[in-house]
Unconditional design. Structure first.
Length: 172
């Protein structure tokens, strides 16, 4: 295997693990905990989205996964017979799902986290606890994050499943 392919695979799999791992933790554990703990949970979300490098790290990992995947996929898909093989078909299903998950992460989920960060900053600057309006907006954003996050996760899991089995798929 050529060195550039090895490097691309390492980047692809490391960043994919980081991105999908966080998505599973976020949807499966963090968001339910935020929901269950009310104002305290919202505080954690404000801190995470406004004061740490978590979100940029996730967007960078998601984009690295997508780009390294695309760079590996493009030359393979170029050969006409590729799509007639089981490997080609399954890898294409996985790649398409991965790209859809990336689009949702960058164009929808990023906007939700930006909104959360803005409300978080407002709350941090004002005196006293969050207003009922701010609480309601934060909870609405959190609920939207849960829904859209689930959708993105479905596409990520399809991508992960397809990529894990692609090379072992027989030709139809
Ligand atoms: C959620 C996103 C993704 C995850 C978790 C993921 C995961 C993986 C994993 C674990 C492998 C190793 C499979 C193996 O060696 O048999 C792999 C390989 C690969 N992935 Fe992805 N991937 C994702 C998105 C993408 C996207 C968006 C593309 C293309 C646009 C892509 C293209 C590829 C290609 C071409 C390979 C190489 C397969 C090979 O060398 O046999 N992946 N991916």
């Amino acid at each position: 295997m050529a060195l550039d392919t090895i490097i691309l695979r390492i980047i692809h799999i490391f960043s994919g693990v980081f991105w999908v791992g966080f998505a599973i933790f976020n949807i499966g554990f963090l968001q339910p905990a935020v929901k269950a703990t009310g104002a305290e949970g919202l505080k954690v979300m404000q801190y995470l989205s406004g004061k740490t490098r978590l979100m940029p790290s996730i967007y960078i990992a998601a984009t690295l996964t997508m780009l390294s995947g695309l760079i590996m996929y493009w030359p393979m898909a170029g050969s006409g017979s590729f799509m007639k093989t089981g490997y080609g078909m399954v890898l294409t299903i996985g790649s398409t799902s991965g790209i859809i998950a990336w689009l949702i992460a960058i164009f929808v989920i990023r906007g939700i986290f930006t909104g959360m960060g803005t409300i978080g900053k407002e709350i941090a600057l004002q005196e006293g606890p969050p207003s009922p309006d701010q609480m309601a907006n934060m909870q609405a954003l959190s609920a939207r994050l849960g829904k859209v996050g689930h959708l993105a996760l479905v596409f990520m899991v399809i991508a992960l499943l397809a990529m894990s089995i692609a090379r072992y798929t027989p030709n139809f």
